[in-house]
Design a protein around this ligand. Structure first.
Ligand SMILES: [Zn+2]
Length: 314
């Protein structure tokens, strides 16, 4: 058995762990990062990894390390190009870490890493043409066509959260357009919509006055089940936005399967609502269905980073 060092860097946390070649998480530890730019993130990764090695250590010495990080990545060059348009300081992340820790290092975007986890260890084993859609704090997708993940000319393919939801709610998005799927159906989107639509619909939902604190999506689902007018509407909008996204993407790449993952869909409630809204004609070739990933939602990014270290499929 080989083991791999895996690092999953999201918007606010870094999860470090050791993965075996079957995708099992052997050990792990979580570090809170806060908001960062790329140079600060590199320092944070080094500090956290030094701590991990000192306090957790190996079950078996890893033969390579893999990182899944937010933003645009050139996986072949191992370069971290951008977090978002406001945070663009390209750094040779893989080279830096490989030198410091004396082992091969490979990197990829976090959602594309999760897509690799689905490919190697999840439902993706049964199909060479599928789309993994991550619905968490934001929304993005990994599109697999003939076994290859689509990357595009600037490694920016898959930012499907910034496609139009098909709903006309006049909710502005940071990308410059209105009513993007991410503004309606992600963790950020539920928060934004709850604050805007509370004027129109009565609710028992707790909406923090402090704008930096987000509305809890779990509470929205729970109140929606009880018929709370605002929460019913938020769930209706989000599931319609995601159903439209799924149908649009299906027309684009002709997948056999759509796999959903991420914190917002993991309890299955939104999944049921989405299925009700899919058009059978549009979905007729998606023969493996629209399904929830079976990989543990808490570890899919980490397992993906391990899969990146295994470096089996670009
Ligand atoms: Zn947008």
């Amino acid at each position: 058995m080989n083991t791999y060092l895996a690092l999953d860097l999201g918007g606010t946390k870094l999860l470090i762990g050791e993965i075996d070649d079957q995708g099992n998480v052997l050990r792990h530890k979580k570090y809170e990062s806060g908001y960062f730019n790329q140079p600060a993130a590199l320092e944070f990764i080094k500090q956290s990894l030094d701590d991990y090695i000192a306090t957790v250590g190996w079950k078996k010495k890893p033969i390579a390390m893999g990182l899944g990080v937010i933003g645009r990545i050139n996986p072949e060059q191992g370069e971290w190009l951008q977090i978002d348009p406001k945070r663009t300081t390209p750094i040779p992340l893989a080279k830096e870490l490989s030198k410091r820790y004396d082992m091969p290092c490979f990197i990829d975007n976090d959602v594309k890493s999760a897509t690799r986890a689905v490919q190697l260890f999840g439902l993706g084993k049964t199909s060479n043409n599928f789309i993994y859609i991550n619905v968490g704090t934001g929304i993005a997708a990994g599109t697999v066509v003939n076994g290859q993940i689509i990357r595009g000319g600037h490694f920016n393919a898959g930012e499907v959260g910034h496609t139009h939801s098909g709903l006309c709610l006049a909710i502005p998005c940071g990308c410059g357009r209105n009513d993007c799927v991410e503004q309606i159906a992600s963790g950020i989107g539920f928060n934004t919509c709850a604050r805007i639509l509370r004027e129109k619909y009565p609710t028992r939902l707790q909406i923090p006055e402090d704008q930096s604190r987000r509305v809890d999506a779990t509470e929205i689902f729970s109140l929606s089940k009880q018929g709370d007018p605002l929460c019913v509407q938020l769930v209706e909008n989000a599931s319609m936005a995601l159903a439209n996204l799924i149908m649009n993407l299906t027309r684009m790449s002709d997948p056999e399967m759509i796999v959903l993952g991420g914190g917002i869909v993991s309890d299955g409630y939104l999944h049921t609502k989405i299925l009700e809204k899919l058009n059978p004609t549009t979905m007729r070739f998606v023969t493996h269905g629209v399904v929830l990933t079976k990989l543990n939602p808490n570890f899919i990014g980490l397992i993906g980073a391990g899969a990146v270290a295994m470096n089996e499929a670009y």
